[in-house]
Design a protein around this ligand. Structure first.
Ligand code: ADP
Ligand code: MG
Length: 753
């Protein structure tokens, strides 16, 4: 009896001698693996034509065997280079037909030649024309039906192959020595002898979700009569995949809930209550938004629980996330613990330190004459702290004198130890890896609570898939008094003069007493592009389009040009990652104090920098930045109740993917909408991170955007199944698939990073 677990040898038939290649190169060792090796594509094959009945220009599908094939080289007149031409005589039921393939190089020519070994049977699809006295197909699409074989009298094999052909012909991912037709024959045989497989999904669930059974799904995918068959078959596999993924994530959430953490309720171990949060709230100069109140309550409940919080806080730039985080930190301090705020850059850590100090006022000056009674200390630790500063900070952190600790990666070092670390807040999660977060959480006696903040909105399904073991909160409204940002594209390809107009706008804003940012992709003429720009252009097929050849704008050059030219007389300063930390901090302070009119920088200002008086941003070579990055960057303006203006300067011409990306950014300020645009323009692999490339079994058929509905349904089903049966005892096949994924290297992609 042949089952999904039978070795693949049992169905290889004539291709049995290729079993080594099938196993090693295609990773197929069982019949189940073979049936899950889905067609790469399908070719639409019309009713086969015969050569006796043709008209020039007609689109035909014709069946025949290669009778003769000759490769010739010739001089291409236009390019002056050697090119190749494969001339094939195709023997058909009627008169023979001429096939001509043109190839630009030897590699392609050889590939054509190999596929047209004499005796190969196939369907050839294309438009016929007359060449000399023959019918000819030029560069036809070939559907191979059988490897080289002698033509039988009347060619019975060809007739049989044609009779068995369907309108949609599957083409399999093949490898050297194992052709699509080998796989097709093996699949057809397997399906004809396969014992009815046990379906991993119970019938009730299949009916509820409108899914076909496993066997039917295999048949529809491998032997479809229509595109609808393919879709319906694949849908079943997508659901299975989504379900297993969601089961793994749901179990992980459950496991996290089983870990013990110190509850932080606002009460200290000795039974007294801290009054820091209450005192802070009492002196806040504004009302919390409804979202801040709601998310604050969610976090408060998480902190009070006996297991670690793992929460992702999403919100547009300026939506008040930092404030929510600070209130959570104060609650932990009130409970006798310490809280850390980890920032991705030096500039941001310093800014957080300053703004927390400002928000807390004398609440951050413990033991000072006139300081508040509830006060706690704030410590700052970064890579550029002096030895003296560092020693002092380490001491205050270890003694617990500093309840609030702000810093960068420097906080991860071994010698940093805490009195009682209760909460870790990570600002801008994408800059921190899993290991780094682990290094910090290891510093607590019990696992601390974790709050991850991000202003890069993540579509719901990505959050569910990639961050599926985090709870998520969203701050969707901006605090009152936030003015809208207007974004315009400045297309230099069509309107070169508009650049002057852009600088004029900057001057006008400065004359009104406001400030501006100018952002460039590079630091200097010598440096490579700054940051990991994800602005790779893909064409419709997902191929990378060659990057533009001009060098993008550099901070140092632009500063010089602006000072002499269009912005002469204004106070223009540079800020970039190669400056000494002290210099960076000094420039930032002067800009914040209004002593600099125009700050020319790289993306160091991308996250969190908060200068309310800055109203205008000019992004040079804006096409060099990714969609999310552009959205982040422009969030730096329009923060102080003054309307913001963002100008995206580009050389990209209308209609190119780069321009479409910029137009999308200009058209909406909805970060969630933009994150979809971003995802659609990237390859899937980039979405889930590099760690999942090379995996075979997971997320093969699933696409986070296209299959949003499937993922949502699977998550609900997963939650319901586990509620009744946490170990999936009633569904052994699903349980096995879950364990498989949990233990496979492929599960790495489910790690948040
Ligand atoms: P995010 O971290 O989400 O970018 P922040 O927490 O830094 O946003 O807030 C941006 C600015 O808005 C800060 O100056 C902050 O003090 C202010 N802010 C935060 N919450 C409110 C509110 N409810 N009302 C008015 N201003 C607020
Ligand atoms: Mg912030």
């Amino acid at each position: 009896m042949i089952t999904l677990h039978s070795p693949v040898e049992t169905v290889l038939g004539g291709a049995a001698k290729k079993v080594g290649k099938v196993k090693e190169q295609l990773g197929i060792s069982t019949v189940g693996d073979l049936l899950r090796h889905f067609p790469r594509t399908y070719l639409k094959v019309d009713e086969p034509s015969t050569v006796t009945d043709l008209a020039p220009g007609q689109h035909i599908s014709i069946v025949g065997r290669v009778g003769e094939a000759r490769l010739r080289s010739y001089q291409d007149r236009r390019t002056q280079r050697t090119a190749y031409r494969l001339e094939v005589r195709l023997d058909t039921d009627g008169p023979s037909l001429r096939l001509t393939y043109f190839a630009r190089n030897k590699g392609i020519a050889t590939h054509f030649e190999n596929r047209h070994a004499v005796g190969t049977l196939g369907v050839f699809i294309g438009k016929v024309d007359r060449f000399r006295d023959e019918w000819q197909l030029t560069n036809p699409t070939m559907v191979p039906l059988e490897g080289p074989a002698p033509a039988a009298p009347g060619d019975d094999a060809a007739r049989a192959a044609v009779a068995g052909m369907r309108a949609l012909f599957p083409v399999y991912p093949a490898t050297a020595g194992v052709e699509s037709w080998d796989l097709q024959a093996a699949v057809a045989f397997a399906l004809s002898v396969l014992a009815e497989p046990d379906d991993p999904l119970p019938e009730r669930l299949r009916d509820e979700q409108g899914l076909v059974g496993v066997r039917e799904a295999f048949e529809r995918v491998h032997q479809p009569d229509s595109w609808a068959d393919v879709t319906r078959g694949l849908q079943r596999f997508r659901f299975d995949e989504a379900l297993v993924t969601q089961l793994v994530l749901a179990r992980r959430r459950a496991a996290l809930r089983a870990v013990a953490a110190a509850p932080r309720t606002g009460e200290r171990p000795d039974g007294t209550r801290g009054g820091l949060l209450a005192a802070f709230d009492a002196r806040l100069p504004f009302e919390l938004t409804a979202g801040q109140v709601a998310v604050g309550a969610e976090i408060e409940a998480d902190l009070a629980a006996g297991h670690p919080m793992n929460r992702l806080l999403q919100g547009e730039v300026g939506s008040g996330k930092t404030l929510v985080a600070l209130r959570a930190m104060l609650r932990v301090v009130d409970s006798g613990g310490q809280a850390v705020l980890l920032a991705p850059t030096e500039v941001l850590a310093q800014q957080h330190h300053r703004s927390l100090g400002r928000l807390l006022g004398d609440l951050a000056q413990p033991g000072m004459l006139g300081g508040a009674e509830e006060a706690t200390g704030i410590a700052l630790l970064t890579g550029s702290s002096t030895t003296q500063q560092r020693r002092e900070a380490l001491l205050r952190i270890a003694s617990g004198e500093a309840g609030v600790v702000v810093g960068t990666h420097a906080l991860l070092e071994d010698r940093v130890s805490f009195a009682d670390l209760g909460l870790v807040v990570v600002d801008e999660q994408h800059r921190f890896g899993v290991e780094q977060r682990a290094a910090l959480t290891d510093k607590a006696e019990k696992p601390p609570h974790v709050l991850v903040m991000t202003a890069t909105p993540i579509p719901r399904t990505v959050a569910m898939t990639v961050f599926g073991d985090l709870e998520t909160s969203v701050l969707s409204e901006l605090p009152a008094g936030r003015a809208p940002i207007q974004t315009n594209v400045v297309p230099l390809a069509e309107a070169p003069r508009w650049l002057d107009r852009a600088w004029q706008r900057v001057r006008e804003e400065v004359e009104k007493g406001h400030q501006a940012y100018v952002v460039c992709p590079r630091i200097s003429e010598e440096t490579a592009e700054q940051g990991e720009s994800d602005a790779v252009d893909l064409d419709a097929e997902g191929e990378v389009v060659a990057p533009p050849t001009t060098r993008p704008a550099a901070v140092e050059t632009v500063v010089a040009l602006l000072r002499e030219g269009p912005l002469a007389g204004l106070r223009v300063e540079a800020l970039h990652g190669r400056m000494a930390p002290d210099d960076k901090d000094r420039v930032m302070r002067r800009f914040a104090a209004g002593e600099v009119d125009v700050l020319v920088s790289t993306t160091v200002i991308e996250v969190g920098v908060d200068v309310a008086n800055a109203t205008t941003m000019v992004l040079l070579d804006a096409d060099r930045f990714g969609v999310s990055q552009l959205h982040q960057l422009r969030g730096r303006v329009g923060r102080g109740g003054l309307p913001g203006l963002c100008l995206l300067v580009t050389n990209a011409s209308a209609g190119t993917p780069a321009r479409e990306r910029l137009d999308a950014v200009a058209a909406t300020t909805d970060g969630f909408e933009l994150s979809r645009v971003d995802l659609e323009q990237r390859r899937e692999g980039d979405v889930l991170g590099a760690s999942q490339s090379g995996r075979r079994s997971s997320l093969q058929t699933l696409r986070v955007l296209r299959d949003e509905g499937t993922i949502v349904a699977a998550r609900e089903v997963a939650t319901a199944l586990l509620a009744d049966d946490p170990d999936l005892r009633a569904l052994p096949q699903l349980a096995a698939a879950v364990v498989d994924l949990e233990t496979s290297a492929g599960a790495a992609y489910l790690e948040r990073s």
